[in-house]
Design a protein around this ligand. Structure first.
Ligand SMILES: Cc1ncc(COP(=O)(O)O)c(C=O)c1O
Length: 379
């Protein structure tokens, strides 16, 4: 083994360990308080049956090529037609993952000379896309509309002439709070700007029929939304919805779309079924909201936590080591709760990210809160 070859990576890993930031993979175990399978669709019989039926009628596992070559299957097209109708957009395009879709959007749509303003707490995939893209890029303080408007005004005053893009999440993945959607749309309209909304944690749960928090605005020329399929939809991939012209542009210019094997047609079948389930089984959303409210009350009463009001409930501890120790102690007691550290969250805000799903019931939530109280007292 040539140790010199690997030395700098070893040193970097040791550095992470010194800062209590070393990550390792661990098997899934314990009650689900960490997944994004909010509606419990991932292992549902209906999704499984839809995929089994598709296999039985000969749907291939692999797409066999790029969508622009032989990889375009009727399953992709049927999904995109249903998704556009469901979300109220002119068109939809199916990508292999939300990460790739965000990266693809922000590297392809904003052009040289444009300004892209990104909420500082937006997902890593948006940050990567913004950095790699051609537009000038600025970060805005979280959910601060005035900061976004100031950045626009300054850029215009300095001679910025081209198009403005604003990129946000609708429900933030690590804090569970919402973007001020109506104000963002009004701001975008005022400045003839585009708004890119990552609905990853809203799709399936929030908005009419689970169509997301920007549902009222889909179908406009200046809105592009990202609906990931690996969270509440229980599958994988992501649907980009927006104006037909922008979708055509992506098909022609978006390298991650063009130069990649299309997602499995079976995944397209699963996602299509999940969309149908959102309309057919509204009780799942009602049950989830009941669990969110129940957990919020318990965590507020027993641990003094301010409820986020969503299925993502952060419990900020601050110190990296203590956060991971509390998470580990909860895992030992059978509760799968994960600690989240920088750089995923800002320095000094390490936290437990408590995720509420239909994979647990109220008794599980009570037991988890009880365990959390005990662990916090002893860790
Ligand atoms: C807000 C947000 N956007 C995008 C993604 C990426 O989606 P995917 O997991 O489908 O790659 C995630 C996943 O963690 C996310 O939380």
């Amino acid at each position: 083994m040539n140790e010199a070859l690997l030395a700098r990576y070893d040193a970097s890993l040791r550095g992470l360990a010194r800062k209590d930031r070393l990550r390792t993979l661990s098997p899934r175990a314990g009650l689900d308080f960490s997944s994004n399978d909010y509606l419990g669709l991932a292992a549902s019989k209906r999704l499984g049956d839809a995929v089994a039926a598709a296999i039985a009628r000969g749907t291939p596992v692999g797409a066999t090529g790029s969508r622009l070559l032989r990889g375009n299957s009727p399953e992709h097209e049927a999904l995109e037609a249903d998704a556009a109708a469901f979300f109220g957009a002119e068109r939809a395009l199916f990508f292999g993952s939300g990460y790739i879709a965000n990266f693809a959007l922000l590297t392809t749509l904003p052009q040289k000379g444009d300004l892209l303003i990104l909420d500082e707490l937006a997902h890593a995939s948006m940050h990567e896309g913004a950095r790699a893209g051609r537009a000038e890029f600025k970060l805005a303080a979280h959910n601060d509309i005035d900061a976004v408007e100031d950045a626009i005004t300054r850029w215009r005053a300095e001679g910025g002439m081209a198009r403005i893009w604003i990129a946000v999440e609708s429900l933030y993945s690590m804090d569970g709070d919402r973007a001020p959607m109506a104000r963002l749309i009004a701001l975008a309209d005022r400045h003839e700007a585009f708004l890119v909304v990552d609905e990853a944690h809203a799709t399936g749960i929030w908005g009419p029929d689970g169509r997301g928090l920007a549902a009222a605005f889909e179908g406009r020329d200046n809105i592009v939304a990202l609906h990931t399929c690996g969270k509440a939809l229980g599958a994988s991939g992501a649907l980009v919805t927006g104006p037909g012209t922008l979708c055509d542009y992506l098909v022609n210019r978006c390298r991650p779309f063009i130069y990649a094997t299309a997602p499995s047609p079976l995944m397209a079948v699963a996602v299509r079924e999940a969309l149908a389930m959102l309309s057919d089984e509204p009780q799942r959303r009602v049950q989830l909201q009941e669990r969110v409210a129940f957990a919020g009350r318990q965590l507020a009463e027993r641990c003094g936590v301010k409820p986020s009001g969503s299925q993502i409930q952060p419990f900020v501890i601050g110190d990296n080591r203590r956060t991971m120790a509390v998470a580990a102690a909860l895992q030992t007691r059978g509760f799968d709760i994960r600690g989240i550290r920088p750089p995923t969250v800002p320095e000094g805000t390490s936290r437990l990210r408590i995720s509420l799903t239909l994979n647990v019931d109220e008794a599980d939530i009570s037991a988890m809160v009880e365990a959390l109280v005990e662990v916090l007292a002893s860790t």
